[in-house]
Design a protein around this ligand. Structure first.
Ligand code: WT7
Length: 665
């Protein structure tokens, strides 16, 4: 039977891969020892987290977080009803937990290591200074009319002020909605409107890889269609000459001067929203994932402690941008909650040269480094000669956002880590808030390409996508779901709870559905296979094919568009677009360029298709549904495996599409 053969192959593959144990050299240079004694202690605690979540999470929440008022109820609600809540009566403030409690102990401890785009321009911010800066910006926000529960959009490059802005919102109970500063004016506008942001925080310009980004100009463009925004706070980054709108725009450096250095943190309920972060789904409209305060903070702190094995005095460097969830949780909240130093890197791994990351790690004695495989592929390809640094303080090397191929994993381990650090391949999502399947550094044995075992409180199920039944046992493949709620899961899609239910909780009743395919091998290790929906992962960025299609058909010459993801050596997946143009337009390279520009303008440069194929028509069923599967097969060169195409309304288009693709290649 075909199915059995497939399974046997998986088994063989799984048995063939090497298992790596936490390197002895990592333990030798450890400041003390990992938080857990070994895999057995993990297993014991994991079991407790699943069978007695109230006891487990109640204990951790009191150990890792400081509450203004203790909670009585650890958790309530269910995945079935979509009304999950944690630490119900508890009162807490995120900025207090990230700053005050460390500043009181040691105001001179470094909170932020700012590594500017130009290597010489950086500086450090201590916890004492951070408390002062955050307090002043909190006052400024209040003076701009922001109150508890109001949303503030943040459109800033990777500068310390981005963290200050985020924490200032949290301090006064405002909901931050960070929009990645690579998004276009249109995307920013949509997010500002959907989140009902009253105020936007931005900079005059940004600086990245030696290039300038006109952030304020993009904000101005976006706000032309956002009448409800009453204030814009502008941080001066480059000193560019930019227009300021009277009565709306104010300068950060002028406003902060006016206020005292301390403001008391607002007491927030554990379930009050902490932030919105927009992410792409299988429809055109991005979803504003809503995270709450207590549970999210606990997920961030607990994973920081156990996954990254963070100890006092560590210097943590996450290469993600604050515009994505990786930056929220692991540039801002996780390291600051544990009171260590976090590197805020404004630039790119290739500027001024391919040693940039390694120089940062060396110069700041970084202990944990965390980045997406896409950057590693780029640096591996650039050549080992760029990794001349010893980086002897490194203990943990993290990977995130996409599967890491075994050869990249090994390069990371051997060339970057000199076999003295543990690799942690962390699987999670914007929706999960913090890691869900991941090794614990110093504890979990790892296999290149596997995210390994579930984090505390995560009870995975491999589900048969056809029957919807859970597949028990090991050596199984299916889609990945979780069987119980965990503290840092997103509570809703902002203003669209039904969409939240339908996307995550109603697909397999009683489960949270991740949207990823996954396998569980003979030892219970998880292997993430990638998205099973219309989401494409380009350089660790999540893009919706429907969103890109919607952007394309805004172009006057396009009649119809279909977007698919194809495997790409450097970016993991790349966006390819098929478009049918309206009569009266001639296919040309110039037109193709215009289409690419259209996507850059509508969404942002990072979503631009790598290739655009102009075709006479798209493959559609008689009911008009576009068969993207056929397009994927053609791009993969599997034209002989298209399957049944007789259900197409016009099967002859297939030949024409194949010809168009061949011509372009
Ligand atoms: C999707 C979530 C949260 C991290 C940044 C991306 C993919 C994430 C891994 C991993 C294989 C991974 C999944 C997931 N993904 N981590 N370690 N191995 N795939 O967050 O934009 O919400 O995307 O990224 O497909 O569903 P995101």
């Amino acid at each position: 039977m075909a199915a059995d053969n497939t399974k046997a192959r998986v088994v063989v593959e799984a048995h063939e891969v090497d298992t790596f144990h936490p390197p002895q050299k990592m333990l030798d240079k450890h400041p003390s020892k990992p938080h857990l004694s070994g895999l057995e202690e993990y297993q014991k605690l994991y079991k407790e987290s699943i069978t007695q979540p109230t006891q487990f999470w109640g204990r951790l929440a009191r150990e890792l977080l400081t509450w203004h008022k203790d909670f009585q109820t650890v958790s309530s609600g269910s995945l079935t009803n979509g009304d999950v809540a944690w630490f119900l009566e508890g009162e807490i403030n995120a900025s207090y937990n990230c700053i005050d409690r460390h500043a009181f102990k040691d105001p001179n401890r470094v909170a932020i290591i700012y590594e500017a785009d130009e290597p010489s321009d950086g500086r450090n911010v201590t916890y004492g200074e951070l408390l002062r800066d955050v307090s002043r910006v909190a006052y400024v926000l209040k003076s701009l009319g922001v109150g508890k529960g109001d949303t503030v959009a943040i459109y800033l490059p990777m500068v310390p002020e981005a963290l200050v802005a985020i924490l200032a919102c949290a301090r006064i109970g405002a909901v931050h909605s960070v929009v990645f500063a690579g998004f276009s004016a249109d995307s920013l506008r949509d997010r500002v409107i959907d989140g009902r942001s009253k105020v936007v925080i931005t900079s005059d310009e940004g600086k990245r890889g030696g290039k300038l980004i006109g952030t304020k100009k993009i904000v101005d463009d976006a706000l032309r269609q956002c009448p409800d925004v009453t204030g814009v706070l502008v941080f001066k980054r480059t000193g560019a000459d930019i227009p300021m709108t009277k009565g709306r725009d104010v300068w950060w450096h002028e406003e902060v001067e006016k206020w005292p250095a301390y403001i008391a943190p607002e007491r927030m309920n554990a379930e009050d929203p902490l932030f919105l972060l927009y992410t792409s789904g299988s429809t055109g409209k991005p979803k504003g994932m809503m995270h709450t305060t207590g549970g999210y903070l606990l997920g961030a702190a607990a994973t920081a402690k156990y996954v990254f094995d963070i100890h006092d005095g560590d210097r943590f460097f996450c290469g993600g941008d604050v515009g994505w969830i990786t930056g929220h949780t692991y540039v801002v909240y996780a390291p600051l909650l544990l009171g260590v130093s976090t590197v805020v890197f404004e630039g790119t791994p290739a500027y001024p040269n391919f040693s940039r990351y390694w120089d940062i790690i060396e110069n700041h004695k970084v202990t944990q480094f965390y980045v997406a495989p896409t950057a590693l592929r780029l640096l591996k390809r650039a050549g080992d000669q760029h990794v001349r640094n010893q980086m002897k303080h490194l203990r943990v090397l993290g990977s995130v956002g996409e599967p890491i191929a075994a050869e990249v994993w090994k390069w990371y381990f051997e060339v970057v880590g000199k076999e003295e650090s543990q690799i942690v391949d962390t699987y999670w999502q914007t929706e999960t808030g913090s890691h869900v399947i991941t090794p614990l550094a110093g504890v979990t044995p790892t296999k290149p390409g596997s995210a390994s075992l579930p984090f505390f409180g995560i009870e995975p199920a491999i589900v048969d996508p056809v029957s919807g039944e859970e597949i028990h046992g090991n050596d199984v493949e299916g889609v990945l779901a979780f069987k119980q709620p965990w503290p840092s899961m997103a509570r809703t899609v902002w203003g669209a709870h039904k969409r939240y239910m339908d996307t995550y909780l109603n697909v397999y009743k009683g489960h949270y559905f991740t949207g990823d395919g996954a396998g569980r091998d003979h030892e219970g290790f998880y292997w993430i296979r990638g998205r099973v929906d219309d989401v494409v992962n380009v350089s660790g960025h999540r893009l919706s094919t429907a969103e890109i299609e919607a952007a394309l058909i805004e172009h006057a010459a396009i009649a119809e568009a279909a977007v698919v993801g194809v495997a790409d050596e450097l970016t993991g997946q790349a966006v390819n677009a098929f478009v049918a143009i309206k009569d009266g337009n001639d296919p040309s390279d110039a037109l193709r360029k215009e289409f690419i520009l259209q996507v850059r303008r509508s969404i942002g440069p990072f979503a631009a298709p790598k290739a655009v194929f102009i075709v006479p028509d798209l493959p559609k069923t008689r009911s008009g549904k576009i068969m993207r599967r056929i397009l994927r097969k053609i791009l993969a060169g599997e034209e002989d495996q298209l399957g049944d195409i007789t259900t197409l309304s016009d099967p002859s288009v297939v030949e024409k599409i194949i010809a168009a693709v061949h011509e372009a290649k």
